[in-house]
Design a protein around this ligand. Sequence first.
Ligand code: NAD
Length: 511
Amino acid sequence: SFVNQLGDERIAPAALVPSLLRLSAHSGVTLPLDLFEGRRNTAGLDPTSADMATSLQAAWITADLATPPETAVDDIGQIVDTLAAAQRGWNALAVEARADILDRAADALERDLPLWCALIVREGHRTWADAIPEVREAADFCRYYAQQAREWMATRTLRSITGERNTWRLRGRGVWACISPWNFPLAIFAGQVVAALVTGNTVAAKPAEQTPGVAARFIALLHDCGVPRDVLIGVYGAGDTGAALVAHPQIAGVAFTGSTAVAKVIARTLAGKDGPIVPLIAETGGINAMIVDATALLEQVVDAVVQSTFRSAGQRCSALRLLCVQEDMADGLLEMLRGAIGLLRVGAPSDLASDLGPVIDAEALAKLQQQIAQLEQQARLIARAELPADLANGIAPVAFEIDAIEHAGEEIFGPVLQVVRWRGEIEPVVERINALGYGLTLGVQTRIDQRASQIADSAHAGNVYINRNMIGAVVGVQPFGGEGLSGTGPKAGGPLYLTRFCSESTLSINT
Ligand code: NAD
């Protein structure tokens, strides 16, 4: 643990500790370790602490990751029929029974935390310091949605005229298709699935083709905790499998997290289907900006930028992509950033000394290399970290300076930062960021309170973070989700999320 400038004792995520220490030494300042793990109770969860390191090591050796067989597209009809037949009974259960299952699942995740971390590191190539909060987040989703369901799914009696009784309640809609990405192989998959289940829906759960093993293990855990086998069925395969699932006529709703392009394909499929209008919850990508003005604290900015851009090798939808720096302080900030990037350590995800691991697979690497090659042509290199030669799918964290916000291009889903200078009024800067069309996260670094609230008011962004990093939204504390090209709006881990999985029913009785 460390003592920050305010004298608070906080635990720093271990993967960043080496770079933070090196950065502190480099810049000659004590960094405020104002990290998101410090805000939640992570006591005993520091991967470098002796006890935790021993447990993780033991789990790493024994963790057995079985890959489920791919689902034949021809079998999807039968799977959805089975789920449809089971939905009425599941929906009729008291919400308490479904919520209790989620609480048991959270207990099981917490009990076997090192095992789940090992599975995530093995299959998702995430670092230990990423895996620990991911397991926590999955457990948080289970507990939070259990609690929210108990509250929201109770029947409410409404104002009635004499001789009439009116009630209102939420109910499951039917069979949901839950389709998730690989970058949080447990937490995003779990969050969608348990939200759909606890609200009385049955679920066809399709994880990303890169990470089916973690997902299959979580499905088995839910079955062990009491979810009937015909209420939750895994569907394994690539995009064509997901497309076949979405196209099935009995699908009553789709929860999708992934790229904007695929979300649009799914929306078109749903719109073209005969039969009922099917809701889509889409949580997609972003070109997330951080606006820094000349009053910001340099050390705080560098710390926030390094974490927000490079943590998880930049493979977070919330990650910082575009740093917008006021001209007056740009040179000083870039100088410090150069030092910080040069100190980042890329390595095997299972190595506690790695600040960041590789990207998910060779396909992702090839796409990133192409995007970086384009930046090398069109932008000015600021800094690039070193890359060990023997790391499969490793990529060096890198930053480029570009001339205009509009040049930011498409989402680059890796450890790549683009920096742009601004001068003059702040409002046009916000407008130009808004005009990119995304709206997921936005960072603001300023010591002028009025400017911070002005930006927050005019920004089109689902999650605005002021004077801190912009990743690691905590369930129930920072409901997460974007607008525009970044999604249809519902906030995972927020008070209204469950309502999106439900139909509303009003009953009026003439007494
Ligand atoms: P992706 O869109 O390629 O795939 C996501 C899922 O969709 C996978 O399970 C995939 O098999 C499936 N899929 C692909 N084509 C399909 C189709 N035609 N029909 C139905 N399903 C289909 O995304 P990815 O590469 O796995 O994940 C990275 C993207 O996810 C990034 O853009 C990132 O920003 C975004 N993301 C967003 C959030 C968020 O909460 N907003 C969170 C994590 C990741």
